[in-house]
Ligand binder design. Structure first.
Ligand SMILES: NC(=O)c1ccc[n+]([C@@H]2O[C@H](COP(=O)([O-])OP(=O)(O)OC[C@H]3O[C@@H](n4cnc5c(N)ncnc54)[C@H](O)[C@@H]3O)[C@@H](O)[C@H]2O)c1
Length: 273
């Protein structure tokens, strides 16, 4: 899929990877970028940047964990622009907690990192299927393919998000619908930098695991991956190697991760009281 002339919705678009994608889509000549975020101020700033690039930019305050809000977001975009070509379901949350994660953390991981993708698909797929064309990009994480030592709810919910995207690709891939999962390792955004500043064990392992990319580099990988209509978009190509190692020898892969964790000194139960 080329971005020129497309109508795109990006959730979590006020910051980090979502903001970088929104700007890059505008630079690629998208017709409209709807920037959705629970924080309206940053979403407005990004929408204004999109406008300055000559693309219609709209900011919509949306909590993606609340289905009626996601439905209203998509309905608003359909009403205003006639169609939605690409939904980037990108908002996500991390916790930096292990067994000490509370039920409310697990519930939030489920609602933001998993159900938000389900809500987006429910909202937009009927119009896409009616046209026989449409694209869903779900920002998951390398943690959804491998693991995120130090963050149990994040790891489990991101695995579920990858599983849902695979299910969508199998179910709708022959009906004109394209699905990609974006699975980066460390990216220099508020999520990771905030975690590093507070000594979050998961963030420390991510930083120890390899190169931290800028959000703009992730947006480059997204544009290339959408162009190729590739299911797995891996801005850190080494993640493909880790995935192969995991599949071919899980015990060796787990032992290697334990060594990485020991080097980064991650407490087994997280750092939070
Ligand atoms: N930064 C990394 O190292 C990294 C690595 C792999 C995957 N990811 C994933 O990338 C995605 C984007 O994160 P980021 O790194 O750009 O972080 P970020 O904190 O810069 O941006 C996340 C955005 O999502 C928004 N958001 C959070 N919960 C929301 C909700 N319920 N409704 C609407 N908006 C909400 C936040 O307000 C924020 O603007 C997330 O899904 C994250 O899990 C990040």
């Amino acid at each position: 899929m080329h971005l020129r002339g497309r109508v795109v919705v990006v959730t979590g678009g006020g910051s980090g990877i979502g903001a970088a994608m929104a700007r890059r889509f505008a630079a690629e000549g998208a017709r409209a970028v709807v920037v959705a975020d629970r924080d309206e101020g940053p979403a407005r700033v990004v929408a204004a940047e999109v406008e300055r690039a000559g693309t219609a930019g709209v900011a919509v305050r949306t909590d993606v964990s609340v289905e009626p809000q996601v439905r209203a977001l998509v309905a608003g975009a359909l009403q205003r622009f006639g169609q939605v070509d690409l939904v980037c379901s990108n908002a996500g949350v991390a916790f930096g907690r292990g067994l000490d994660a509370g039920d409310e953390d697990w519930a939030q991981a489920w609602s933001v990192n998993v159900m938000a993708h389900v809500f987006a698909a429910r909202a937009v797929l009927p119009s896409m299927l009616a046209r026989g064309a449409g694209y869903l990009l779900h920002t998951c994480s390398a943690a959804g393919l491998l693991t995120s030592p130090g963050d149990a709810p994040y790891t489990v919910s991101k695995h579920a998000a990858v599983a849902f995207a695979e299910w969508l690709a199998v179910t709708y891939g022959d009906k004109g619908i394209r699905i990609s999962v974006l699975c980066p390792q460390g990216v220099r955004t508020n999520m990771l930098l905030g975690g590093l500043a507070s000594g979050d064990p998961a963030a420390r392992v991510v930083a120890a695991a390899g190169e931290l990319l800028e959000p703009e580099q992730v947006a480059d990988a997204v544009v290339e991956g959408l162009d190729a209509e590739r299911f797995l978009i891996l801005p850190h190509p080494e993640v493909a190697t880790y995935l192969r190692r995991k599949a071919s020898d899980p015990d060796r892969w787990l032992a290697g991760l334990r060594r990485l964790v020991a080097r980064a000194e991650v407490p087994r139960h997280g750092t939070h009281p």
